[in-house]
Write a protein that binds this ligand. Structure first.
Ligand SMILES: [Zn+2]
Length: 347
């Protein structure tokens, strides 16, 4: 890939390399999807209801302050970060210890605001996403999760349609480029592949679940959020970590690399992401497998790159996060469990 253009994109490519990573893959059954139960109403809404009730009763106590958007651990980190520069900034983010409930609460606020403000209450908008929506979603993430931290790193947004069809999103670092003999500053750019999202079929207002960054997303807003939250971590690392550290080679060099150890620690801490790939072409169905169902020797079906139908293969090796599969054609792939489908061994 050309130097200086980021290379930070997220095609879902089934890895055929020998490289295997460890760590559990968590398939959330409820990433940001709305629910009718009262417990799932965002805390902000509950709070306003309470405050309104108190005012109706003529309570003479001071109104409670608005609850903060971030949990204590994240708010403390963001406050400390205000006085920090350089790699300390993303490093501090990677250390945030948030409980799953705290993370869930925050992500639900993000989700609700994106639905309400960005998509007129639609979780599966039929129109293709616009640049303005990408900008709005990034703005909501900046406000709710980062308390304005992104304001320290100017960026533009774009729709990802220029020879990058296979990627769900992309983040290019700020750079100087030569145009007509003059050096011109190009700000960082976050791109989103609206075409890939629009291609997902909506039936009766619902879509088939998709695996995004290690979690299952059940609607288009969740997918877009997952992709943009991921790209924003690239943006922050580009902005605060010098290029020589990001492009280092040799022992320990994966620390600041795209999807390296610090990147993954941050997306896990803030969003619960356990992977960095987005598989919008494959529906996660009831036929999908999970780790407990897979062992070496199992016959499975898998949709391999370039094919529109699943074909047969056999699991040859398992690790905590992925399985190694040898297809009947002899091709080998390493894939997350949720992309494997059951196969009837008799046909
Ligand atoms: Zn990425």
């Amino acid at each position: 890939m050309p130097r200086g253009t980021g290379t930070l994109n997220d095609p879902y490519e089934l890895s055929s390399s020998e490289e295997e990573s460890s760590g559990p893959i968590e398939i959330s059954s409820d990433e940001g999807s709305p629910d009718d139960s009262d417990d799932d109403i965002p805390i902000m809404v509950k709070y306003r209801k309470r405050k309104a009730a108190a005012m109706d009763e003529g309570a003479d106590t001071e109104p409670e302050p608005e609850p903060p958007l971030q949990c204590d651990a994240l708010r403390d980190a963001l406050q400390e970060i205000e006085g920090m520069t350089g790699p300390d900034v993303p490093s501090r983010l990677s250390q945030v210890k948030m409980s799953p409930a705290e993370r869930d609460r925050m992500l639900k606020i993000v989700y609700q605001r994106v639905c309400d403000k960005g998509f007129k209450g639609e979780k599966n908008p039929s129109d293709s996403a616009t640049r303005e929506q990408v900008r709005a979603v990034c703005g909501i993430i900046n406000e709710v999760i980062f308390n304005g931290l992104l304001d320290r790193t100017p960026y533009i947004v774009g729709l990802n349609e220029e020879g990058t069809e296979s990627k769900a999103g992309d983040c290019r670092p700020a750079d100087w480029v030569v145009k007509r003999g003059k050096k011109v500053f190009m700000p960082a750019r976050i791109q989103f592949n609206a075409g890939k999202l629009a291609a997902i079929v909506v039936v009766n207002g619902e879509i088939g679940p998709r695996l995004c960054n290690g979690l299952v997303c059940r609607d288009k807003v969740s997918i877009m959020l997952s992709v943009l939250m991921h790209e924003i971590v690239h943006l922050l690392i580009h902005a605060f970590v010098p290029e020589d550290l990001r492009k280092a080679t040799g022992p320990g060099s994966s620390k600041w690399a795209p999807h390296g150890t610090m990147f993954m620690a941050i997306v896990q801490a803030l969003y619960g992401h356990t992977d960095f790939k987005v598989a919008l072409d494959t529906v996660v169905t009831s036929k999908s497998l999970n780790k407990s169902m897979v062992s070496p020797g199992l016959s499975v079906m898998l949709k391999v790159p370039g094919s529109s139908v699943a074909t047969r293969g056999r699991v040859t090796k398992v690790n905590p996060k992925k399985a190694k599969v040898t297809m009947d054609t002899g091709d080998k792939f390493i894939v997350p469990y949720a992309l494997l489908q059951r196969a009837d061994p008799l046909n």
